[in-house]
Design a protein around this ligand. Structure first.
Ligand SMILES: *Cc1c(COP(=O)(O)O)cnc(C)c1O
Length: 425
């Protein structure tokens, strides 16, 4: 598998290098030169999840790394279940939150950790990443205790749920967390600056594990096949993806480009609606991030957007085929209430996608929305909106009383740089 830099197409790298580099020159995103087509998709759909995922990942990197290594990485990464649950006559939810940190980001983070320990063996690496909540937890857990790897996670102070914070800021060992007094976009900006800083690059061998790392996207392609596996072959589903940085949607589009039958994708956002507005009037006009109940989607400038456009270009398809729907806070609440009435306990991110799906579905269509987080992860807002008590699953119960170990910093690059050079290792 070869990848090129979307900003400088002449820069081409192997998969292993793309995983280690994260980004190319000038912060350009890596994108595959060729998207492999799968031959017998219907047969593939009949396989169990792990075995099917091994075939899918092999189609990308099997010839570089060999079947045996790929199969082992997939098996170690995907060691937890996923589920498809019927919600009403037209909608199902793909539950992706049964991993160690109760969000879909476990898939990408765990596979990336496998890739890095395979490809960067013996080399000291610092993972530096910004999170609006779930990435940080997934990355911290995926790399926790791995030899030769230090992790530094930045997050916006006070803008993630207290339980989310407990989940990844209490680990210690090779995991460091920094709460920044600013929003997520500012955290992301600091990380981007660090990656173009020569001193830091020389001293730390930096790697970003956020959703721009191509290994995470490959992992996420796999569960879209699971979503479609139960659908009737002659009625491919409409899939609604609750989106923030648009990594998840990119993975879905890549799955379709590989041959997975999907009728259309819905890019569902909260009030941070840069993409739905862009799809509507073709003007890219990000405005300031607003805080919502679906805080992992509070992103005004989604970093994976160039890849979304690149998939459409690679397939000679028009962006018009992508439906963009923004869901307000009130609609999110209504959706969560409606799902609860239907007997399905959900949380704000999935509720955004469920609402968008409901708006878009036509008679006769089948819809799937992605359940990206466990309701207990957003316990406070779920309990307030639904007026009920949400049980903590064991993973959260265990950390609820632990001490937060984070360092606080202002949104100031020089401070971050000093911290990284002096105290991170
Ligand atoms: C990260 C996240 C999203 C958004 O996913 P992107 O790939 O950034 O678009 C949605 N829901 C939850 C719960 C998340 O953690």
């Amino acid at each position: 598998m070869k990848l090129y830099n979307l900003r400088h197409p002449d820069e081409q790298v192997s998969f292993a290098d793309a995983v280690k580099l994260g980004m190319g020159r000038d912060r350009g995103l890596f994108f595959p030169t060729v998207i492999p087509r799968l031959r017998d998709v219907q047969k593939l759909l009949q396989l169990p999840f792990v075995e099917r995922s091994q075939r899918i990942i092999e189609a990308w990197i099997g010839s570089d790394h060999g079947s045996e290594i790929v199969c082992r990485m997939v098996e170690k990464a995907f060691n937890f279940p996923l589920d498809l649950v019927k919600v009403d006559a037209q909608r199902q939810v793909l539950e992706l939150f049964h991993g160690p940190t109760l969000a879909f980001k476990d898939f990408g983070a765990r596979f990336m950790a496998q890739c890095l320990s395979e490809f960067a063996a013996g080399q000291q690496t610092t993972i530096l990443t910004a999170t609006s909540g779930d990435t940080g937890a997934a990355v911290a857990h995926a790399f926790y205790g791995l030899p030769g790897i230090n992790v530094v996670v930045l997050y916006p102070e006070g803008k993630i749920s207290p339980l989310q914070e407990k989940l990844f800021c209490t680990l210690g060992k090779n995991i460091r967390t920094i709460s920044v007094s600013a929003d997520f976009d500012a955290c992301q900006e600091l990380v981007k600056q660090a990656f173009v800083d020569d001193d830091l690059q020389r001293a730390l061998n930096l790697n970003s594990a956020n959703s721009i790392n191509i290994s995470r996207l490959l992992a996420q392609i796999c569960y879209y096949f699971e979503a479609v596996a139960t659908c009737e072959p002659d009625n491919p589903p409409v899939i609604a993806v609750p989106s923030g940085n648009f990594g998840n949607l990119t993975a879905g589009l890549l799955a379709r480009a590989m041959g997975l039958p999907v009728k259309r994708f819905i890019a569902a956002t909260n009030s941070n609606d840069t993409v739905p507005r862009y799809l509507h009037d073709r003007v890219w006009a990000p405005v300031k991030t607003v805080a919502t109940a679906s805080n992992a989607m509070d992103v005004a400038e989604p970093s994976n957007w160039p890849r979304v456009e690149a998939v459409f270009a690679a397939m000679n398809q028009s962006l018009e085929e992508l439906t963009g729907i923004a869901i307000s806070e009130e609609q999110t609440r209504d959706s969560l209430l409606e799902l609860n009435r239907l007997g399905y306990l959900s949380e704000p991110h999935a509720a955004v996608a469920a609402a968008a799906l409901r708006q878009s579905l036509q008679p006769g269509e089948q819809g799937i929305f992605l359940g990206t987080a466990h309701p207990a992860k957003f316990k406070e807002s779920v309990e307030m909106i639904l007026d009920l008590h949400v049980e903590l699953p064991a993973a959260l119960q265990a950390v609820a009383d632990r001490e937060i170990l984070s360092t606080r910093l202002a949104a100031d690059f020089q401070q971050l740089k000093n911290y990284l050079l002096n105290s991170a290792i």
